[in-house]
Design a binder for this molecule. Structure first.
Ligand code: ATP
Ligand code: MG
Length: 618
């Protein structure tokens, strides 16, 4: 078990944490001084002519050699026996998949989508697509017809891999409006034609069978892609509005690999579980590519969230590194620490989170549940890889996202009136520690997005004075830890204060009845905006006006004047499919405004689960 010492209380504490194994990449300070992407490039295999293929770098390097017979992926499924693929098998099967795609006419640069749960076909499609030089784009398997069709259209997708039911329900009715979509492969049919794959589709088994017949390991060649050729298309989560398609290139693998080592501490011998939905960028960068490049055994589960099952997987699979999201952690917390303690996790070495603010409460809960603090990481679809992280071996400051990845320059820029970085005569101003502004990154790491699909103006607007502007507000402290304040669009301006929803949410989370909170600004004639909190209660607590008053008092005690003035109870806060609380939707509903693009909402849009127990403080 790791050693640690907890000092201070609540969010001001610092958790000194010595991992069970020394961190793979050593001391943060010296890494930060000495790391360069140029030197890191020597890890890439490529070829003499300068070609580089992401799937080759991630998998083929291990498909022969010492890790060839190590399990690369273990597929758990509530409804089916566990299956496995070794690195050798994964290397070969993805060659066969690439061959099958080529036989269907897929050429370098073509778009290939999956609408699949975590199944072998998903992983083979990702790797086969990349080996064929085509561009891979994941879709959330739970998407309805509209978001599926919209993204197929926007991405000019030529081939889709899905199952019969998803196809007939979500795609077939609008197939005529998708002229680019030439092939649909369905994974649950044995054969095409009668009683097999639905009309207009091909059985995956048939396509792969043809690939198998044509495949010759002696002559098969991975597509000779260039480091800057498009490889991945990821739509953003759509938290703040319409999803944007971020384009990533083959050399992104270098950043996936380096950050998987530095921040996730992955090394051969690890059993690694990433719970991210495969439709989201985390599902690709850290669900597939980064970890494979590190030679770990990935565990993946087809079933939906279930607290007991999750603890059992961590225990029985002897997971060593666990990458998950705040919303999942909050659901585990909701189930109570007792459930965690019915299990034991002596192998678990590193617990990591991404996607939205990680409340200090959740960091500290990790100590109780796992004996390990949860390590927050920050990044975006656009950045392709982790940019800020609480690194293994580095003291964890609960509530902080950690420190910049070596090789990445991070700054906080002065804000203008609209909350975004202020640009005067083409220049921005970098702020010092303690000051709040827009979080910006100096481009230059390999997984940086190279375009928003078909939207060069929007891409251009994401940069100023040589910085990439993240749209998030943050501050740094004297030691260079980065503290998240909120999305520029979510920040509340109340009576002359700028209030980050995260701080208010985290404070309320410390109340024993509270499981999750979403905070918005509600227009107010006097204050400009007042803070309103939507609260989900833990099992065993009931909404009541008295509890609402108690929470208001609790907030005021912790936060003073920035505390919420109104509380509403809501047992079904809206989330994006990547697990983020959708504050813009809470706000739109509150104000009776149009709800905007709802394609990525996870929770049912009905507010029936919310109670009308809204209580205001005078
Ligand atoms: P859209 O750009 O479509 O509005 P999105 O920004 O939610 O959606 P993603 O790229 O999936 O799409 O998410 C990145 C964002 O998630 C970050 O900009 C940040 O706001 C939030 N985020 C990610 N990790 C963290 C973290 N550790 N702490 C706080 N916020 C985080
Ligand atoms: Mg975004």
């Amino acid at each position: 078990m790791a050693e640690m010492a907890v000092q201070g209380s609540a969010r001001d504490r610092q958790i000194e944490h010595a991992p069970a194994l020394p961190p793979l990449v050593g001391d943060y300070e010296s890494r930060r001084r000495t790391f360069s992407w140029e030197v890191a490039r020597s890890w890439l295999q490529g070829d003499e002519a300068g070609h580089l293929n992401l799937a080759h770098e991630a998998v083929d390097r291990h498909a022969s050699g010492p890790l060839a017979d190590t399990v690369a992926i273990r597929f758990l499924d509530r409804a089916a026996p566990t299956t496995e693929l070794t690195y050798r098998q994964l290397g070969e099967r993805s060659d066969v998949t690439a061959t099958a795609l080529r036989l269907l006419g897929i050429r370098p640069g073509d778009g290939v989508c999956t609408l699949l749960p975590r199944s072998p076909e998903l992983y083979l499609t990702v790797l086969g697509t990349l080996k064929a030089g085509a561009v891979y784009c994941p879709l959330f398997p739970a998407f309805g017809p509209e978001p599926v069709v919209e993204r197929l259209r926007l991405g000019h997708i030529r081939l889709l891999v899905t199952d019969s039911l998803s196809y007939t329900r979500k795609v077939a009715p609008q197939r005529a409006s998708l002229p680019d979509l030439e092939h649909v492969l369905v994974t649950d049919a044995d054969q095409s034609g009668e009683d097999g794959a639905p009309e207009g589709t091909t059985a995956w088994a048939d396509a792969l069978g043809a690939g198998e017949t044509a495949y010759d390991p002696g002559t098969f060649a991975v597509a000779p892609t260039r480091p800057d050729d498009p490889a991945l298309l990821h739509f953003t989560s759509g938290t703040t509005g319409k999803p944007k398609g971020a384009v990533h290139v083959h050399e992104a693998i270098l950043a996936h690999h380096v950050t998987a080592e530095f921040a996730l501490d992955l090394r051969p011998g690890d059993v690694y579980w990433c719970t991210a939905d495969p439709g989201w960028v985390t599902g690709t960068s850290y669900g597939i590519l980064g970890p494979l490049s590190c030679g770990v055994t990935i565990v993946t589960d087809a079933a939906d969230f279930d607290a007991r099952r999750w603890f059992r997987i961590l225990q029985d699979e002897r997971v060593t590194v666990f990458y998950t999201a705040p919303t999942a952690l909050r659901m585990l917390m909701r189930a109570g620490v007792g459930l965690a303690r019915e299990h034991s996790f002596p192998q678990l070495r590193h617990v990591v989170s991404v996607g939205e603010p990680l409340n200090p409460e959740a960091v500290v809960w990790g100590l109780e549940a796992f004996g390990l603090p949860v390590h927050d990481t920050w990044w975006q679809t656009e950045t392709g890889a982790i940019m800020v992280s609480n690194f293994p071996g580095m003291p964890v400051r609960p509530g902080s996202m950690g420190r910049p990845v070596p090789g990445v320059d991070v700054a906080v820029l002065r804000q203008g009136a609209d909350g975004r970085a202020e640009v005067v005569d083409g220049t921005v101003r970098v702020l010092g520690p303690g000051e709040v502004g827009e979080l910006a990154l100096r481009p230059g790491w390999p997984s940086m997005f190279r375009a928003y699909l078909d939207d060069p103006d929007r891409y251009a607007k994401a940069f100023a004075d040589g910085w990439y502007l993240s749209g998030d507000l943050a501050r740094t402290d004297a030691d260079g830890y980065v503290w998240f304040i909120g999305r520029a669009d979510d920040v509340i301006k109340s009576a002359g204060h700028l209030i980050g929803p995260f701080e208010v949410e985290s404070a309320l989370m410390e109340h024993p009845a509270v499981a999750e909170v979403g905070v918005i600004g509600k227009p107010d004639p006097l204050a400009g905006e007042i803070v309103k909190a939507f609260v989900t209660l833990k099992v065993g607590h009931e909404p009541s006006p008295a509890l609402a008053r108690e929470l208001i008092a609790f907030g005021r005690h912790r936060l003073g004047s920035v505390a919420p003035r109104e509380i509403a109870f809501d047992q079904a806060l809206p989330h994006t499919r990547s697990g983020k609380v959708m504050r813009r939707l809470l706000r739109a509903r509150e104000l009776g405004l149009p709800e905007g693009d709802l394609s990525t909402v996870e929770t049912s849009v009905s507010t029936s689960a919310s109670t009308s127990a809204t209580t205001s403080a005078s």
